[in-house]
Design a binder for this molecule. Sequence first.
Ligand SMILES: Cc1cc2nc3c(=O)[nH]c(=O)nc-3n(C[C@H](O)[C@H](O)[C@H](O)COP(=O)(O)O)c2cc1C
Ligand SMILES: CC(C)CC(=O)C(=O)O
Length: 370
Amino acid sequence: MTTTAKTSSAQGAPLSVREYEPLARELLDPVHHDYFAGGAHDEITLRANEAAFARLALVPRILRGRGRPDLTTDLLGRRTSMPIVLAPTAFHRLAHPDAERATARAAASTGAIMIAAMLSTVAVEEIAAAARKTAGDAQLWFQLYVQRDMGFTEALVRRAEDAGCTALVVTADSPALGRHVRNDRNDFHDLPPGMVCENLRSLRADEPGHVRQVDLSPELSWDHVRRLRAMTGLPIVIKGVLHPEDARIAADLGMDAVIVSNHGGRQLDTTPATVTQLPRVLDAVGDRIPVLLDGGVRRGTDVAKALALGAAAVAVGRPVVWGLTVGGQQGVEQVLGMLRDELAHTLTLCGCAGPAELDRDMVAREDPRW
Ligand SMILES: Cc1cc2nc3c(=O)[nH]c(=O)nc-3n(C[C@H](O)[C@H](O)[C@H](O)COP(=O)(O)O)c2cc1C
Ligand SMILES: CC(C)CC(=O)C(=O)O
């Protein structure tokens, strides 16, 4: 077979997820690019997430005759097209005028679960309507920053329930906002005029949806999560788990899943890369609740490594924003399609009929410092 080497986006359409990043950068206001791209402090964790995947090796099996892989996956009792979820990311209108509507349509047309951010620039009801119009069985989870004002929290939960969201994702790694040098330098601390956090606006008539309304508090505790558990029948997923003991507490409190996440390196800098921490969390709770992972997933091989270690699924943040910036709904579809196709190809090359056939023996940790 002859192939024409075509590796750069300068020569045509992007051929890998990473190639969307420079294209997005060209289109974005530099201040908004810094917001999307940046991480906390020295961005050590931001870099570590991707680097850790590169240090892992896949060890394929051969001659197993498994045929074409099936990517369908069960998550929280429902079937999804692939073990790749859209991580919650705020402020999609900074990336594209169609904003979260476009992202939701792309997720729905791909059959992937979208985790809608509480700080979206389109209201959750509209996101859900866009998703459902594209695919009647589209699955939307709602990401929540639990507010100390539990009345306010409950109102948000009811909106998410009424909109048809099928799970709540509680982000627990943000007792304070991470410090981003880039945002400080750019003096970027709120949305530009004309854009607001729509889910905050309609709840509080006196407050117009500014980012500064959000209460990220060090007083938040498992007690708030207990109260949330009593408030809703929706499955609850705890996002931002790094310590195995926290995963254990989450499982003990009846949480339905956890996401091993360091918020894409945007909260506490110098936390471990998520994929290095994943086995410890799995050892603690992997037989009790599903463990998902996000941070630095850029290739189908990255997805396969996380799944082989035992993750139930992965979530992707920045790549979705790049796709949205470059091509709206179609751009997000292309990014998700690339990851899906790469994962299928990786499974084929590993001799696996599906994600469940990947196991820990198929990942080698080449770096002796592990
Ligand atoms: C621009 C941006 C905004 C984000 N906003 C949120 C948010 O509102 N809520 C949340 O829980 N996580 C948020 N995250 C974190 C993502 O959900 C996810 O943990 C992270 O992006 C995964 O890393 P990746 O970007 O390398 O895929 C955000 C991440 C980015 C890059
Ligand atoms: C405004 C922030 C709280 C949104 C967020 O989670 C992030 O940018 O990482």
